[in-house]
Design a protein around this ligand. Structure first.
Ligand code: GTP
Ligand code: MG
Length: 323
């Protein structure tokens, strides 16, 4: 303390010192607080970093698992029930439950209701196990009635593998009404494995009936409308409209000839006479029994007394009138 310093100078010095001490204490407090909060922030950052790492690892593990699942999906094994593929032609019929798969197969095989070999048909979920039906008289041609997709018994997620779709020679995808995402998924799967497939819309008799009731439309109009709708709203390519109630109408006859390619082969138009055993027709199962014995016997090229040429192929005949 300065001897002889005026009192007011001493007092001002004390105040200044107090002020500085207070400022320092405040800074120390702030620093301590900051350090404390930084410490907890550091911990928080570390925790978050660990969480992100764990998530990254989770994502990587999921990616791997997905890859494994995809591989399994692509290379799924032949199902145990699908045996004797050598020397047989296997046609699978798939689609959602209740679209009419079993009835369609019965009609394709011309089996009478409830007769021996009739595939059970019903208003409830009916087909629970893949069941094979040999073509009458052609046991090497096997049609498989597969359970409907999307039921509790047959979940959609594993349907493709469970049904062994890639092992079939041909697959028919049946739907009643619009094609669903499941149908499109099945179609993609078959395309991926290069299995020929056919998109079939069943129950068109009901569509025709409904549209007549609702809009007074005739059959021709309804069929044209359905075709137009399928073309513009369903990216599934060609589809066949069929009715198992009326198998001789709509696209069923064409579908049958498409299904059995031997029937499609061109006959030799210049053959000298009717050639029932021409090479194009020597594959005996080419002519399913949906065609009558008479129609089968008439296949080939004919000429009548007026020089008209008849070329019979499947259920179609090409007539050329010669002068
Ligand atoms: N009107 C009409 N009814 C049909 C047609 N196809 C099937 N049905 C009826 O639809 C119902 C179901 O037919 P199913 O053949 O049992 O169907 P599904 O696809 O085999 O069914 P799940 O075995 O359960 O998958 C039955 O009542 C059939 O009579 C059709 O083209 N027209
Ligand atoms: Mg069925």
């Amino acid at each position: 303390r300065g001897e002889g310093m005026p009192e007011h100078v001493i007092a001002a010095g004390d105040r200044r010192l107090q002020e500085l001490a207070a400022k320092l204490a405040a800074m120390q407090r702030a620093f301590a607080e900051e350090r404390e909060s930084l410490g907890s922030r550091c911990e928080e950052l570390e925790r978050r970093e660990a969480e992100i790492r764990a998530r990254e690892e989770g994502v990587e593990a999921e990616k791997q698992a997905q890859k494994v699942r995809e591989e399994a999906r692509k290379n799924y094994p032949q199902p145990k029930w699908l045996t004797h593929l050598e020397g047989t032609i296997n046609i699978g019929v798939v689609g959602n439950s209740g679209v009419g798969k079993s009835l369609f197969i019965n009609k394709l095989r011309k089996v009478r209701p409830q007769a021996h070999g009739w595939a059970p048909v019903g208003v409830n979920e009916t087909t629970r196990e893949p069941t094979m039906y040999p073509f009458p008289g052609q046991p090497e041609v096997r049609i498989w009635d597969l359970p409907g997709a999307g039921t509790e018994a047959v979940p959609s997620a594993t349907y493709v593998q469970d049904m062994g779709l890639r092992y079939f020679d041909k697959v028919l995808i049946l739907t009643a009404g619009r094609f669903t995402s499941m149908d499109v998924e099945l179609r993609d799967e078959l395309e991926q494995h290069k299995v020929p497939y056919y998109m079939v819309r069943t129950k068109v008799d009901i569509d025709v009936w409904n549209n007549k009731e609702d809009n007074g439309a005739d059959q021709k109009t309804t069929i044209a409308q359905i075709r137009e709708d399928l073309k513009s709203n369903h990216p599934v390519g060609t589809s066949y409209l069929v009715s198992s109630r009326d198998p001789e109408s709509f696209d069923m006859p064409v579908l049958v000839t498409e299904l059995f390619p031997c029937m499609k082969r061109q006959l030799d138009a210049d053959a000298p006479s009717f050639v029932p055993t021409a090479p194009a027709w020597n594959c005996s199962w080419a002519m399913p029994v949906v065609f009558s014995a008479t129609l089968q016997g008439m296949q080939g090229r004919w000429r009548d007394g007026y020089s008209a040429n008849y070329l019979l192929q499947g259920n179609q005949v090409h007539v050329s009138l010669l002068q």
